[in-house]
Every structure is written in structure tokens, then in C-alpha cells.
Design a protein around this ligand. Structure first.
Ligand code: PEP
Ligand code: MG
Length: 594
């Protein structure tokens, strides 16, 4: 039966493929593909974990005291039976053989399939056995995790499978943590659908950085869609069409071809300098998550990296932090990869919806920290861990010997933080000099993400070399809207007059004292805001590489001086979005006569 699910469009385009359901975040496991040569070993891992748990249960049963309730032994029997049922481990084995899923993924995928079958059972007693099945799978996953702890996953063993000739796959999940998204980043999924999340949640950001269609905040897609269903993701409309009719499928295949043609057309702008009609040069920089993203940034025509989100180096490491040398190697790789263009490395921004491990945002929010977005995140965490912070600073400074490096600090709200940062920098410079490590001048910048920082910007500007406005968080904190919460996603409004005021004043205050200012939040990469930001005087934008061509196209059609003249009308309007649409649209008519 065909049906549609609607959510929030977060990454444009059309993707068509078969659904791969990733188990609910409660059963929290790593998902990665294994190489063909590892299939047998992965099956052995699964069977070994199962046997280990079965032995535990047998021992438990045999050791039951004679006065233990009879139901307990019966329950253990049910668990043992489920554990040996071919429908669980046999089928999981098939996922490993056919899809090359790792053992944890294979088990949790099969749990999804079976859990649905239980849900549909008429008999209440049988329906309730679902909980037993979940417990059994959790026990086996626990055994796998213990064994994994002894031999951590080697990142190099995670492979990018060649699925040529096979059906494309789309990922469907209740929620995906940013850490898991990184695992998927180099995988074969052509699109993502999640039940929760908002437009600027980090899962959405990573999907955009992968330049593949995604819809989040669908609330129940993962419950309604079944493993292997054919699905269309309409990333422009935020719609998901499940089991489409042949006519609908054909229509979307046509749209898919059209958007590929449009991308190819935009890609031709790669070598065109981003200069407005009135001759203003605009920097279009890239946001990256890992050094391997540098080639995509160059390919898209980026003139530097405006935001290297270094926290992604800290994820998927089983809680262990990267050493100074590991970080240095990564920063140096990014710097060398950008061939002499500036690379802005942001110090680790963990916390809120970016925990270090595989915990999802919702779990963190509901189970662990009261209000993570306002907790110990970003620079607050770094300053609370001074040796970790200095280690990162040393790695960043050492990379400066290989190219132009800029240091960016997230979530600054107090002058005291800036003073502590400057002190740490001084100490690190001294340490590097003493140990004979080379480094060059590194400009220091702070992110403007908290309204307090925007309001006191003139004070901050006395101490730093540049600022970068993180609109994702600035909007979140100005409007008190959790950016990852789909329940309030409709209130997350970049056009809100308060947000626009903060943006416009921050840009003009930085320009007034001659210090570089850029925007690196998602607004910078959305062509719907290019006119507005140029009108505010912004000359430096940082965004996912895939967004650069369409933003550049807008820049090329704009007369920045004329736009600036129209800004007050927009800023002081009660409906800035509508005002901007009409005011800037009339400008376009004029500029196209040039
Ligand atoms: C922002 O907040 O706008 C930003 C760029 O940082 P992040 O999205 O990583 O929080
Ligand atoms: Mg931020």
C-alpha cells in the first residue's frame, strides 16, 4: 500500500531506494559495513556472543535456588529458546552475508523486523514476548560490546561497499546520533529519514554535508516504514512516499534527472570568482567535519575553510580522546589539503546534541543531562578540561607551520572566557617554543552564538582578531527554541526580527572596527538568505561545499550597494521575510538591466 509521511526538509533533492531500518536509539549500536573478507569472522562474533549469553542463562537457570518461583525458570527457558531461534540469529547471519552489516547492526535490524511481527500478533501473551526478545538482543549486544571493548573497531576496516547493480538504500531511523552519522558519511545510503530532529540539528547538518536528500522530524516514519519498502525522499518538500505507484515513481525519476542537470550546470561556476554586480568580492568558504572533506571543498570552488568542526575527530573512539599527534596529523592534513587557503579550526564543540559517544540527542536530553544545550558544552567543556584544551591548541598551532590556520572558539559568552583562552594560547606558544616545535601567527576568533556575545560584541572585538556568527545556535538561544526538537521546529525562525537585529548589528560592529566577520551557520549556505546577508554588509560566508555553487549564483546576480539601501525597510518591518521578498525582488529587476 502506498502512503506518505511528512517531516522537515533538511537536505534537498530526490532519493529513491529501499528502506534500511536502523534500530531504535534505545538499542544503541554502531552501524557500519564490513569487508567481504570479514563476513565469516563477523558471523563468528555473532554466534560467539550468542553462545556466551546462552551459557550465562543456562548457568543462571541451573543455579536457581529450589524455592525460586517457577515462572523464573520458565522465563529463562523462553529467553534461551528465542536466542537459538533461527528467526533471530539465522536471519541476522543473512544480513551479514547479504548486506555486509556488522554484527550489531544485523542483530538490531532483525530485532526491528521481529518486533513488528510481535506488534501485530492478536494474542496478548505472545505480543508481550516482544519485551523478552528485546532483552535477549540487548544481552547479545552487551556481549558484543564487551568483546569489542577488548579490540576496538579499526576505522580502516570500515569499508565503502560497492553496491553497483544493487538497489540503492535509504536509511530510516527514530533518531541518528551525530557520531553514527559520521559512520554513515562514507557509506552507501542515498538519503536519510528520521522521526525526530529539526532543520539545524547536527544530524541534518551532516546529511547536508553529504549532499544527499533528508527529511527529519517525521515523528513516526520508522514505525510506519518496513525494512526493504521502496521509498522516495522528496528533500525539497519534506515528504516521504512509501511504496509509490509506477506513475509517481516515474515523475520522481524525472525530477531526479532534472536536479542532476541543474547541479551540473551550477558546477560550471566553480572557477568563476564570487563577485557581485557592483564589484564586491565575496569569500565563499567551506564547513568541513574531517580533513577528508577538503577535496570536496576545493572541488566546489571554496576559497578556504571557514569552519572545521573538530569535534567530529573526537567521536566514535569509545570514549578515548585523540592524542595531540593524532589531532596534529588531522589538522595538518586539512591545511595541506586546502593548498595554502586559510583553514579555520574550531576547538571542540561537544555537548548539547553532539555527545562524544553514540548517544542520541533525545537520550542525552531525557536521560542524562537536564538541559544539555545550556550545560557544559563547547568552550565551557574545554575550559573545564584544561589539559585537553591545551593539547588541542598545541595540535592546532603545530599545524600552522604548514599553512594559514585560524583558531575559532565556540559558545563564548563572557570576557573572562576570552582571557582564559588568551592565557592558554600564551602558555601553549611557550611550550611549543621550549620543545622546538614550529608554528606561525594564528588569528584568534570567537563564535557569536549566544545573544550575550552579540550584545557585548564591541568588548569582545577588543581582544580577538575576527568573529564568526553561528546562526544555528544564535537562533536557538535568541528564541529559546531547541534546534533539535521537531516539536518546536515551526518556531525556529531565522527571519525573526530579533535574530535579524543581532545579525545586522554584529556584522556592522565588526566592520566598523575593521575586523573580519563571517557567518558559518546554515543561513550562510541557504540562497534564500544571500541577499539579506549581503545587504547587512557580510562579505564572508561559510557553508557545506555542496551549497557553494547555488550561493555563488545568487552573489553574481546581486548589486550589494543597492541591497544595503533596502535593508532598513526589511529590518524594521513586522514581517521581514515578506518585506525582503518584495524589496529584494524589485532590486533584482533593476540589477538584471546591468
Ligand atoms: C552554529 O551554531 O551556527 C554553528 C555553525 O555551529 P554548530 O552548528 O556546529 O553548533
Ligand atoms: Mg554552534
Amino acid at each position: 500500500m502506498s502512503f506518505q509521511v511528512f517531516g522537515i526538509p533538511v537536505s534537498r533533492g530526490v532519493a529513491i531506494g529501499r528502506a534500511v531500518l536502523v534500530a531504535s536509539s534505545r538499542v544503541d549500536v554502531a552501524h557500519y559495513f564490513i569487508a567481504e573478507a570479514q563476513v565469516e569472522a563477523e558471523i563468528q562474533r555473532t554466534m560467539h556472543a550468542r553462545d556466551e549469553v546462552a551459557l550465562e542463562l543456562e548457568t543462571l537457570k541451573n543455579d536457581l535456588p529450589s524455592d525460586a518461583p517457577h515462572e523464573l525458570a520458565a522465563l529463562l527457558d523462553v529467553h534461551l529458546m528465542l536466542m537459538h531461534d533461527e528467526a533471530l540469529t539465522g536471519a541476522a547471519k543473512q544480513w551479514i552475508i547479504e548486506r555486509h552489516y556488522n554484527a550489531e547492526w544485523a542483530l538490531s535490524a532483525q530485532l526491528e523486523v521481529l518486533a513488528r511481527q510481535f506488534d501485530e500478533m492478536e494474542d496478548e501473551y505472545l505480543r508481550e514476548r516482544k519485551a523478552d526478545l528485546e532483552q535477549v538482543v540487548e544481552r547479545i549486544l552487551g556481549a558484543l560490546a564487551r568483546e569489542q571493548g577488548k579490540s576496538p573497531v579499526d576505522a580502516a576496516s570500515l569499508v565503502q561497499r560497492d553496491f553497483a547493480g544493487e538497489d540503492p538504500l535509504l536509511l530510516v531511523a527514530a533518531d541518528i546520533s551525530p557520531a553514527d552519522m559520521m559512520q554513515f558519511k562514507r557509506s552507501v545510503f542515498l538519503g536519510f529519514i528520521t522521526d525526530i530532529g529539526g532543520k539545524t540539528s547536527h544530524t541534518a547538518i551532516v546529511a547536508r554535508s553529504m549532499d544527499i536528500p533528508a527529511v527529519v522530524g517525521t515523528r513516526e516514519a520508522s514505525r510506519l516504514i518496513r525494512q526493504d519498502d521502496w521509498v522516495i525522499i522528496d528533500g525539497d518538500a519534506g515528504a516521504v512516499i512509501v511504496n509509490p505507484s509506477p506513475i509517481i515513481l516515474e515523475e520522481y525519476r524525472f525530477r531526479q534527472r532534472q536536479s542532476e542537470l541543474e547541479r551540473a550546470r551550477l558546477a560550471r561556476l566553480r572557477h568563476t570568482p564570487a563577485v557581485t554586480l557592483d564589484g564586491e568580492h565575496i569569500e565563499l568558504h567551506a564547513n568541513i567535519e574531517l580533513p577528508v572533506d577538503a577535496p570536496a571543498a576545493l572541488e566546489a570552488g571554496a576559497t578556504g575553510v571557514g569552519l572545521f568542526r573538530s569535534e567530529f575527530l573526537f567521536m566514535n573512539r569509545g570514549g578515548e580522546l585523540p592524542t595531540e599527534d593524532e589531532q596534529f596529523a588531522a589538522y595538518r592534513a586539512a591545511v595541506e589539503g586546502m593548498r595554502g587557503m586559510p583553514v579555520t579550526i574550531r576547538t571542540v564543540d561537544v555537548g548539547a546534541d553532539k555527545p562524544l559517544d553514540r548517544m542520541s540527542a533525545s537520550e542525552l536530553r531525557h536521560e542524562h543531562v537536564l538541559n544539555p544545550a545550556m550545560g557544559l558544552r563547547a568552550i565551557r567543556w574545554s575550559l573545564a578540561e584544561p589539559s585537553m584544551f591545551r593539547q588541542q591548541l598545541r595540535a592546532i598551532y603545530r599545524a600552522s607551520a604548514y599553512g594559514k590556520v585560524r583558531l575559532l572558539i565556540p559558545m563564548v559568552a563572557h570576557l573572562g572566557e576570552v582571557r582564559q583562552i588568551l592565557e592558554a594560547v600564551k602558555k601553549v606558544q611557550q611550550q611549543l617554543t621550549d620543545s622546538g616545535h614550529a608554528f606561525t601567527k594564528v588569528d584568534l576568533g570567537v563564535m557569536i552564538e549566544i545573544p550575550a556575545a552579540a550584545v557585548m560584541l564591541p568588548l569582545l572585538l577588543r581582544h580577538v582578531d575576527f568573529v564568526s556568527i553561528g546562526t544555528n545556535d544564535l537562533i536557538q538561544y535568541t528564541l529559546a527554541i531547541d534546534r533539535a526538537d521537531e516539536a518546536v521546529a515551526h518556531l525556529y525562525d531565522p527571519w525573526h526580527p530579533a535574530v535579524l537585529q543581532l545579525l545586522a548589528t554584529s556584522i556592522s560592529q565588526a566592520r566598523a572596527v575593521g575586523k573580519p566577520v563571517s557567518v558559518c551557520g546554515e543561513m550562510a549556505g541557504d540562497p534564500a538568505f544571500t541577499d539579506l546577508l549581503l545587504a547587512m554588509g557580510l562579505r564572508s560566508f561559510s557553508m557545506h561545499p555542496s551549497q557553494i555553487p547555488s550561493v555563488k549564483q545568487r552573489v553574481l546576480r546581486i548589486d550589494a550597494a543597492r541591497l544595503a539601501g533596502l535593508l532598513p525597510e526589511v529590518l524594521f518591518s513586522e514581517d521581514p521575510q515578506r518585506e525582503a521578498e518584495t524589496a529584494f525582488a524589485s532590486h533584482k529587476g533593476v540589477s538584471s538591466l546591468h
